[in-house]
Design a protein around this ligand. Sequence first.
Ligand SMILES: [Zn+2]
Length: 104
Amino acid sequence: MSPPSRIRAHKATGQLELEWPGSPAVAVPFRHVREHCPCASCIDENTGERILDPRTIPAGIEPTDMSFTGNYALKIVWSDGHSTGLYTWDLLAELARDACQPKE
Ligand SMILES: [Zn+2]
């Protein structure tokens, strides 16, 4: 997966805007991104099971800082102080796909 051509945190709408070359922009709610943090304290490295309880995520969660790690991932520092998750381009693409699924 190639890096997104555009990553923007829209704090007014609470969404992370992602865009890849040749594709329309996709907005993923911050909460959804936070819930899918891939770090070892949110996901069990051996079983892939989620350790993070989504109920512990504060309402109004938002990124306070974002930076690139190498050329393979986005590091997000969250307003709840969590900053160990590295969101690879593959993971961001997966979250963007989730956001595109029709709501039931
Ligand atoms: Zn995490």
